[in-house]
Design a protein. Structure first.
Length: 333
């Protein structure tokens, strides 16, 4: 079995910058409150005239393909992670196949929210390991801003999220000491209701009602913030530790940690727990907020562009989020 490696990375963020002060005009909040609790200074919001979750993913994918030196026709399979698809169904993977003009290859959609990108990466990695596919396109893309409650009732959630997309191209590694060394995936569904969007729901009496769309209604994200925080700061170090132990490494061996950009306080907590120096931990939540499935590939793409990831570096990706789900991937670059 051949390891897969990340042959190319790319990202796309919408142009519109929304600062904390902009949000303070819509709801009772402040730049100070948001920065202190989350580290976020600004985020990007999509342009409804031109951006969709799928086409932002396509833009990120084109950059990843260029970075890999490949054409869309070289891709054998698409895995798309999002919680904010263009349609209730089908998922956006098929739109990527169409927009990139690729022949009738398979396209799979992953519904694992903040852990979605690592779950999607794991699917792509294993298809390459088994020899079923050669080049797999893995995308994480989100439009949160059209689904947030900008009334005071929604403020503790709405200030956190932003829009954006990231993508990687996976290809077989020439050498099994390099590439994706392992992925580790977990879930604990008893906490599904601690961080979720209930409607439109297939299991309620009615899929969508006017009541659900009012401020505080069921179409908006619900988050038990303190609860999420406590579980996140436990699960991140645990799943990173699992990846390191599985491959015979210790935290000191990590050159670059790219955590899902959930909240800067969560990242700092993980960094302190693992005794990692700040320069080894990638954080861009200050600029983009939490972009859920897109946060890791955006951070990965920027880190690579900025020369923060070098050949042979040990790179760890880790995520925690709604489900609860959590995951890690260890990569020898
Ligand atoms: N602006 C101003 N005040 C606010 C805001 C806001 N945006 N949101 C809530 N408040 C108020 C509350 O109403 C409350 O007021 P009260 O004391 O009068 O009742 C006060 O601020 C404190 O509220 P808490 O919810 O206790 O605030 P806390 O300090 O816990 O911070 C936060 C909330 C930031 C969500 C925190 O719980 C946290 O960091 N949780 C982690 C969850 C997280 O980051 N999730 C990211 C998305 S999920 C993921 O990616 C894994």
């Amino acid at each position: 079995m051949k390891n897969s490696r990340i042959a190319g990375v790319g990202h796309y963020v919408p142009e519109k910058v929304v600062t904390n002060d902009d949000l303070a005009k819509l709801m009772d909040t402040s730049d100070e409150w948001i920065r202190e609790r989350t580290g976020i200074r600004e985020r990007r919001y999509y342009n409804p005239e031109k951006d969709t979750t799928a086409n932002m993913g396509v833009k990120a994918a084109r950059m990843a393909l260029d970075d890999a030196g490949l054409q869309p026709s070289d891709i054998d399979f698409i895995v798309f992670a999002t919680l904010s698809p263009d349609y209730f169904f089908p998922g956006p993977g098929v739109t990527v196949q169409e927009e990139l003009g690729i022949d009738t290859i398979g396209a799979l959609d992953v519904r694992n929210q903040c852990s979605g990108f690592i779950y999607a990466l794991s699917v792509g990695d294993n298809f390459i390991k088994t020899g079923m596919y050669n080049n797999v396109l893995v995308i994480g893309s989100e439009i949160h801003s059209s689904g947030l409650d900008f009334s005071n009732e929604g403020r503790s959630v709405s200030v956190i999220f932003g829009d954006g997309a990231g993508a990687v191209v996976l290809s077989p590694s020439e050498n099994n000491e390099k590439g994706i060394l392992s992925t580790h995936l977990h879930s604990e569904g008893k906490f599904a209701k601690e961080l979720c969007v209930v409607a439109p729901s297939s299991s309620g009496h009615e899929r969508l009602t006017e009541e659900m769309m009012k401020p505080g209604g069921l179409i908006y994200p619900i988050m038990n913030g303190n609860y999420v925080f406590k579980h996140a700061v436990q699960r991140f170090p645990e799943v990173i530790g699992e990846a390191l132990k599985h491959n015979g490494y210790s935290p000191q061996d990590v050159d670059v940690l790219i955590p899902h950009q959930a909240n800067l306080r969560i990242t700092k907590f993980v960094q302190d727990t693992m005794k990692l120096p700040e320069e080894k931990v990638i954080s861009n939540i200050q600029k983009y907020g939490n972009t859920t499935a897109a946060s890791i590939p955006i951070a990965l793409s920027e880190a690579k562009q900025e020369g923060k990831i070098k050949e042979n570096d040990l790179v760890c990706l880790a995520a925690f989020g709604s489900g609860f789900t959590w995951a890690s991937a260890l990569i020898r670059w």
